[in-house]
Design a protein around this ligand. Sequence first.
Ligand code: SF4
Ligand code: SF4
Length: 677
Amino acid sequence: MNSLTRFWTSQEIYIMKVFLPIILGFLVLFIGLLVVSALAFWWRHYRLWHLGKAESRSDQGATRFKTLVAVTFGHVRFWKELYPGSMHFLIFWGAILIFLGKVVRLFSYPVGLTLPPQDIFKSASFVSEIGGILVIVGGFLAVYRRYILKPSRLETKPTNTLIYLWGVVLLLTGFFIKGYRMAVIGGEVPDWSCWAPFSFPLSRFFLILPTDALNELLVWHRVLIHALPAFLFFAYVFITRTPLQHFFLSPINIYFRNLRPKGVLLPIPNFEEAETFGVREISELTWKQLLDLEGCTNCGRCQDVCPAHLTGKPLSPRRMTQNLKEHLRREGPKLLATPVDQRKPEAIMEATVGEDELWACTACMACEEACPVYVEQVIRNMDLRRYLVLVETKYSSEVRLTLKNLEKSNNPWGAARGTRVEWAQGLGVKNITEVENPEYLFWVGCVGAFDARNQKVATSMVKILQASGIRFGILGNEEGCCGDPARRIGNEYLFQNTAEANIGILKGHGVKKILTICPHCFHTLKNEYPQFGGEFEVIHHVPFLAELISSGKLKLTKPIDKVITYHDSCYLGRANQIFEAPRKILNAIPGLKLVEMERHHQRSFCCGAGGGRMWMEEHIGTRINQMRTDMAIATHAEFIGTACPYCLTMLFDGIKEKGKTETMAAYDLSELVIQSM
Ligand code: SF4
Ligand code: SF4
């Protein structure tokens, strides 16, 4: 057997020799069509994204590239869930291997006529075979999951089924054709059989056919039953809008991901001159927000972790993103075809997103944490709220009251400004102006100052600071709301005024280091005040306490013989990555036994108070705080530990609402520290 006939049948060699120009022409045409359709694909999408507003995402190229490689090729964000993670990994890498092997073999046809690259051909065959096997295993897992397990987060459209069926046809015909070719080459075992572990056994099946029949079957089999469907498949993927397009679009979204801490909102540019605020229509989203819509794979991971969705509110981040994608694809081409001054785009809130849906968001970032391709939901939701609040003044009476209180009294409850410092009476806490060389400003926050339960937390913290000999002071009645509720509700105007006033006061007192017991104040002061020139060193009390304990300045000696579970606050954990410090504190308390809830660390479940929802009733579905309390109850813990006044309030209420006050209690970590000192 010469080298050519080891790989191709004599009829194929004959056809290649006779029709070489046609084969080459076909290859060129194929590649040309592929290039043209790929260019048309990218051009269409590029134009759609350019409908959006400018946004800079060109910084930190090396970090972006590393993430792209790790997430796309290593699937690092997929492994949080083993089943769908491994399923996707197998299909992804299988498809890549098939494609690589295919390209090498495709080009070896014309090259092989004079110089058969046998080793390359064999290796390419092997690579494709392994790829095919991976896709079959991954595909089986996918079909089983989608059609038998049917998780509620998956939306199955006819196009999904069509792609599965088409994939099966392509894989099977690929294997059968190769097996068939081996059978025709000769009955004996070809020396490259081990390079085709799947097709070779199939070739034995073809040997039961008479040789004539084999040859009859041969001639255009390749084109008709494999190449043509494969070509049509590519055309279908590129030209129509199939879910498989995420293969090309999601990596771009990953590259341009947000590199700021999660949940940081940005100011409205040129606020004073702006004619409108927030987002009314699709072209008022930024190009990255439009790319987000196209990069979304509809996998539903975000929906599975969304507290609003899981408690029956009309919000699913998956559905909202997909609906906006449809909206973009409906509206986008119309906008592109109309001169800018004649465009009349539909309002998103009229066409696609419902008001209850939008207000249900707690800005907890669980969806963003879960999203494998870094789709950003929170800023988009807040942009939509900005339009409703600042332009349409459309919001509930609860929101109206909260905003009024913030404007008039500088706190969400509307308590008189002069009463902010009442909690500290008798504690010997000094105003910052009375402390010589203060090390820290203790920023109490509205909840710590006005909410009876959280005043105890502020008190504990004061006692710890005094016991540790730390020089600190408070702003007293000069302290105002940090602005988090106003900003997350959508009143950017009020937020900016509040932030600028606070920054002026802090700078006026020469404050450098701020210590706070509230993750919302912490996040806003640390990550958002720099947008307005407020650069301070902001420390949350939990890492601060952990440091005091580990340095030996705080000694915890009194045992607390209880089982405790810790609730990670969204703005301490997901937004600012503080996960271990609270656990260090709990583990340092003698007798205390920590058990984790079903959802903890990055996957923690919101208490229901973020995004301004602390001051809104939950009129739809079950209460989020109750669902979180149920998760704590399931651990059989006696205590719930928190590090956030919002969470403490919500869990305190949750325990009462669940009738568990006899067996369970919620504490801030500072309260446990003081008990153990
Ligand atoms: S931020 Fe939280 S509540 Fe809002 S959509 Fe995402 S998961 Fe749901
Ligand atoms: S936003 Fe992300 S997590 Fe949600 S469906 Fe789209 S890709 Fe999946």
